[in-house]
Design a protein around this ligand. Sequence first.
Ligand SMILES: Cc1ncc(COP(=O)(O)O)c(C=O)c1O
Length: 369
Amino acid sequence: MYRNSWIQIDVDALRGNVRKLKALTQKKFIAVIKANGYGNGDVEIAKACLKSGADMLAVSSLDEALSIRHAGIDAELLILGYVDPLHLSLCQKENITVTAVSLRWVQNAVQQECRGLKVHMKVDTGMNRLGFKELDDLKQGLSLLKKRGVNVTGIFTHFVCSDVSDDQMTNCQMQRFESVLDHLDDSFEWIHCCNSDASVHYHETRSNAVRCGIAMFGITSYETDLENVMSLYTKIVHVKKVHAGETIGYGATYTAQKDEIIATVPIGYADGWIRRHQGRKAYVNGQEAEFVGRICMDQAMLRLEKWEEEGTLVELIGEHISLKRAAEELDTIPYEVMTLLSDRLTKVYMKKGSYSDEFTPRFERAEEL
Ligand SMILES: Cc1ncc(COP(=O)(O)O)c(C=O)c1O
């Protein structure tokens, strides 16, 4: 690691969270590791989840699924998003389960060689994104798939409002999902509807699996004993005094009101530390320091209240400035803050309180090509 900015992942906390979620829900556990494991490294997060008892992994696309298979992980693997039916033979070869998203998708799928392919049926109970809306279409789709020897192993839906404690919408979606299950003669190995928030808050008895992503990282909309997993750090690489009236950074958007101490840190919008962080705070050795001036592509400037030496640790997300706080201050959600962090940041995996030898240096990847 040659750049002083990194994502730190507490693998023990992640594994503990998976075990807690499994114990709480008492259902099969589908670890959602899409978007590069929510920005934390898909392969490393997948391995940690599997070691802690995850029964299946879920991703959003065939590319993401292949990244897992190419790393030699042969666990049950479901693609939640759309897969072009032209690629189904590859899915079958790699033992990747795909989602049937509509009758039209099924009609196209059965034109391909798909005997033995594993499929989960997606039921649209209100999200209006992907899935069968009509029971007749679903029945027809199921029958077509079965006739072609496709292995329909699961059925699922996705809740729209699991983050709000008023369950009206979730109840309504659950009723629709149950009604669909009641009208089908089929039995499914995998029945799932709860994401993280629903898994910790909403109680239903018709499913036998949960699909959790963000809760594995300790984030939910409800009180839980899940632990924080992900932190983001950088270090001061330059510090100086500027005089009252001097400006900081591109566009001269900040003017020092008095003589001030300005530190430079090597993280910028190309790392996913977007320009909207201007005006927010970082935690530096007991003080909160404001990002002043525009965030640059690779660097940003902080106004310190007291002098700190070059090399001082700067916490951007962690014990003192939580991911939730960062998201709230940016008027967004923790998912977005996490997944925006780019692959340029090294990821460091902590085990038993110390750095493990697993990390993701970019140059080693390049040499593998
Ligand atoms: C279909 C589906 N299931 C489960 C999840 C996991 O959601 P969460 O991270 O809230 O657990 C997602 C994530 O967006 C999803 O799209």
